[in-house]
Design a protein around this ligand. Structure first.
Ligand code: NAD
Length: 380
């Protein structure tokens, strides 16, 4: 009997194709752990919140927002009617432990049985912290492209030090994506937030051992974000582009949630922690440089990124996209001093990091020099 992996005749193309597929599948080896996502996505989806809250069996929601989005928070309280017990409007960037303590007191005082976060990653982060500390289920209503609602990563900041870890208890019981809620995002923030999302997807295509299922999400996220973000910036009221960008952010968050991180995220956390640089902008500046750093070791991953973006070179394509959407491309433009670079390179390389290219202090310092000046990305 003839086996499909040993075709006798050249014209037997089916058998040859099958042979290739079998060989390819033999090379694939991976573990994939899904997260318990429960997602409703679509323009106008927010109106389903009261009904969906009831289906989950919750009836005493504490709504969370930043001071900046107190109006959105009040809107949710009004929408929920007697299913809302209060509004805590003090969510802050990087989830300070003091804020978590204040919100915890409100949960207990009001006997809340769930939280509803409306806002960006900071507000989602507070809902996650309450879920981690109290086991309080969280419903996330994202209004930026941070993607935190798709991950099991929680973080709390104490004494200027951010502790992060993974735990599935922080995955929202429900996430409602309503792209209409992103219409109020200022253009500068929308661009940076979108590239922050893209970094989550990119990191999972240029990782040491990309997971094939995560890669599918990541590549589609990059396609959607690179296509939609320039339109979101040039035509902020375009609902199709707003919808595609939010869809891309959802998938990018999914890639981060079920995937991994490498040198890029290490660098961003180093700058955020040591120099308090703005989260999304730090990502936008460093991303092209960390892709260039790993390019030689990740030809398949960078090829997939370039294909998704419709460009020849991944790092250059991301750099050009950042310029097109008008986000910062130089560390010197977000308050970093040149004298900070040595300290940052030392801190980022203090402990080992999983990364396709070996991470050395000298090469990281060279990467940072390029990023500081806003030069075009290049191998170092
Ligand atoms: P953010 O949540 O701090 O939002 C920035 C500001 O924009 C806030 O004042 C917010 O209220 C406002 N804003 C958000 N959406 C808006 C809208 N549609 N209209 C008007 N104003 C709006 O910033 P972010 O970039 O969304 O999130 C950053 C935080 O999320 C960081 O702390 C980061 O570490 C965290 N994060 C966590 C994960 C994770 O997996 N745990 C993933 C990504 C980001």
């Amino acid at each position: 009997m003839r086996l499909p992996c040993s075709p006798r005749r050249d014209e037997d193309r089916f058998a040859t194709g099958l042979c290739k597929a079998v060989t390819y599948l033999k090379m694939i080896s991976f573990q994939y752990k899904a997260l318990p996502w429960n997602i409703i996505f679509g323009a106008g989806a927010l109106s389903r919140l009261p009904e969906e809250l009831g289906k989950l069996g919750y009836s005493r929601a504490l709504v969370l927002s930043t001071p900046n989005q107190v109006g959105d928070g009040q809107g949710i309280v009004n929408l929920l009617g007697d299913k809302a017990v209060g509004l805590f409007d003090q969510a802050m960037m990087h989830v300070p432990v003091e804020t978590v303590a204040q919100a915890t007191a409100e949960v207990k005082r009001l006997e809340a049985d769930c939280s509803v976060s409306i806002g960006g990653g900071s507000t989602t982060g507070l809902g996650k912290a309450l879920a981690f500390n109290l086991g309080l289920p969280n419903i996330a209503i994202p209004t930026s492209y941070a993607g935190s609602e798709m991950t099991n990563i929680w973080g709390i900041t104490e004494n200027n030090r951010k502790i992060t870890n993974r735990d599935n208890v922080v995955v929202p019981a429900l996430t409602i994506y309503d792209p209409k809620l992103t219409l109020t995002m200022p253009a500068a923030f929308a661009g940076a937030s979108g590239l922050n999302a893209m970094a989550q997807a990119v990191a999972n295509l240029v990782s040491e051992d990309p997971n094939p299922i995560v890669s599918v999400m990541a590549q589609e996220a990059i396609r959607a974000l690179s296509h939609s973000l320039p339109i979101v910036i040039s035509n902020p009221d375009n609902m199709e582009a707003r919808t595609e960008a939010m869809y891309g952010a959802c998938l990018a968050g999914g890639a981060l949630g079920t995937g991994t991180t490498g040198l890029h995220h290490r660098l961003c956390h180093t700058f955020g922690g040591a120099f308090n640089t703005p989260h999304a902008e730090t990502h936008t500046i460093l991303l092209p440089h960390s892709v260039a750093y790993n390019a030689a070791a990740t030809p398949v991953g960078t090829g997939k990124i370039a294909e998704a973006m419709g460009v020849d070179d991944a790092a250059t394509g991301i750099f050009e996209l950042a310029k097109t959407i008008g986000v910062p491309t130089a560390l010197k433009d977000i308050g970093v001093k040149r004298t900070d670079l040595d300290e940052a390179a030392a801190a980022a390389t203090e402990t080992p990091v999983n990364n396709p290219e070996p991470v050395t202090r000298g090469r990281v310092r060279a990467l940072l020099e390029n990023a500081y000046h806003g030069r075009a990305p290049q191998p170092v």
